[in-house]
Ligand binder design. Structure first.
Ligand SMILES: [Fe+2]
Ligand SMILES: [Fe+2]
Length: 406
């Protein structure tokens, strides 16, 4: 027996419990096999959920499959139906959703996906009143980026910098070094030996690489204090970390791409959204709803609702914080990788973002899939068959990393 939203009812499903109308009278008795007609009656009567069951184990299994397909399909409506990449992702996600359903997970209704406290939100800026520059100025006036990053940059710049100096700078920040050690010791890095000091981590991972990772982790901390009623920070950072893991795993399959840079790019890819949520929460949610209702990518919706996109905001703030130019370029182009100087890296990030959004469907965490062109994907030279093993590895490492880093 499974409780499902009426919108996911597919003809042929059988009621496991009778359904009562709002006045208490019985609308449909137990065992009624639902058709489109009954579904309409249920919707008209304002019924949210029904309990369904299969007549046999095989039938129950079939129902779960249909339910999973019906649920997942809605998220893929906006992507090109002929896309080979998204057909593969769709199949992977349906399998993940079936798995979640079997573990007792209930797919949220459309309404729940939308309930985001919209009515309580007040924007500090309004469309045509606050330019991206105004928003950044306001943001910068609130807090400065943690000092450890700038100190680290200075050490790196010096021609005489040693692994020990870098390690000392990082180690002075206990919270940061603990997280860094957990990160490099995770299976994602697949190091053959346990790393118990930052100095050792620097020598194994590399000076630039470790500093890049430190930057990503420091950024998470900077944004930790956003009020939870504005944006669910756990969901946000989970998505960012999920994207970071995908970005590193994809990069590890390709030649000549800095995996640590990609990891941090994944962590930071939607930082502009956070700043938008802090300053324009109402409009940000409006943009998400606009995207879903008009079947357009979020960036397009942002352009319509806000007049600019989260990538513009990311670019500006990262420049102000003096982040590495290649990182700014990659993050700033994760929705238009073709315009990036570091094109291949930006494509990796775009794919990672899509994959992170896709797998989150199986836990009810995604709103819309951003989408990407197959031709862009092919530029990577990555075989589509590689996507599934990457997803499986991702699932294996993500949970531990969430506990270690977030
Ligand atoms: Fe984005
Ligand atoms: Fe994203």
């Amino acid at each position: 027996m499974k409780r499902i939203c009426v919108e996911y009812v597919v003809p042929g499903m059988k009621l496991a419990k009778s359904v009562k109308g709002l006045d208490g009278s019985e609308l449909f008795s137990k065992d009624t096999v639902l058709t489109e007609k009954e579904k309409e009656v249920l919707i008209d009567a304002g019924i949210d959920y029904v309990y369904i069951e299969g007549s046999s184990e095989a039938e129950e299994k079939r129902l779960m499959e249909i339910l999973a397909q019906e649920y997942v399909f809605k998220f893929f409506m906006y992507v090109n139906p002929d896309s080979k990449v998204f057909s593969e992702l769709y199949k992977i996600v349906v399998a993940l959703v079936i798995n979640s359903l079997n573990k007792g997970w209930e797919p949220p209704c459309e309404e729940e996906l939308r309930a985001k406290n919209v009515e309580r939100m007040k924007d500090l800026f309004f469309k045509d009143m606050g330019s991206p520059q105004d928003i950044i100025k306001h943001e910068l006036s609130l807090a400065s980026f943690p000092d450890v990053y700038f100190k680290l940059k200075q050490v790196l710049k010096s021609p005489t910098s040693s692994a020990k100096e870098i390690a000392d700078t990082v180690s002075a920040d206990v919270a940061l070094s603990t997280k860094l050690l957990k990160l490099v010791n995770s299976p994602l890095f697949a190091l053959t030996q346990k790393v118990d000091s930052i100095e050792r981590a620097v020598s194994l991972v590399g000076e630039e690489e470790l500093s890049t990772l430190a930057l990503g982790i420091t950024a998470i901390r900077y944004f930790k204090d956003i009020p939870p009623e504005l944006i669910n920070m756990d969901v946000f950072w989970r998505h960012s970390l999920s994207c970071a893991v995908f970005a590193k795993l994809i990069a590890s399959q390709l030649q000549g791409i800095n995996q640590e840079m990609m990891f941090t790019a994944g962590l930071l890819h939607d930082v502009g959204k956070l700043i938008l949520f802090k300053n324009m929460p109402y409009s940000s949610v409006e943009a998400l709803i606009f995207a879903r209702e008009n079947m357009v990518p979020v960036v397009e919706a942002e352009e319509c609702v806000l007049g600019f996109t989260h990538t513009t905001i990311s670019n500006l703030i990262m420049k102000n914080w003096d982040f590495p130019p290649s990182l700014i370029d990659i993050v700033g182009h994760h929705h238009e990788p073709y315009d990036a100087t570091n094109k291949k890296e930006a494509i990796v990030l775009q794919l990672a973002d899509n994959m992170a959004n896709a797998v989150a469907i199986a836990s009810g965490g995604t709103f819309v899939i951003p989408g990407m062109e197959d031709e862009v994907f092919y530029e990577l030279g990555l075989e589509i068959e590689k996507l599934k093993p990457i997803v499986l590895k991702h699932i294996k490492v993500l949970q531990d990393l969430v506990a270690a880093i977030l």
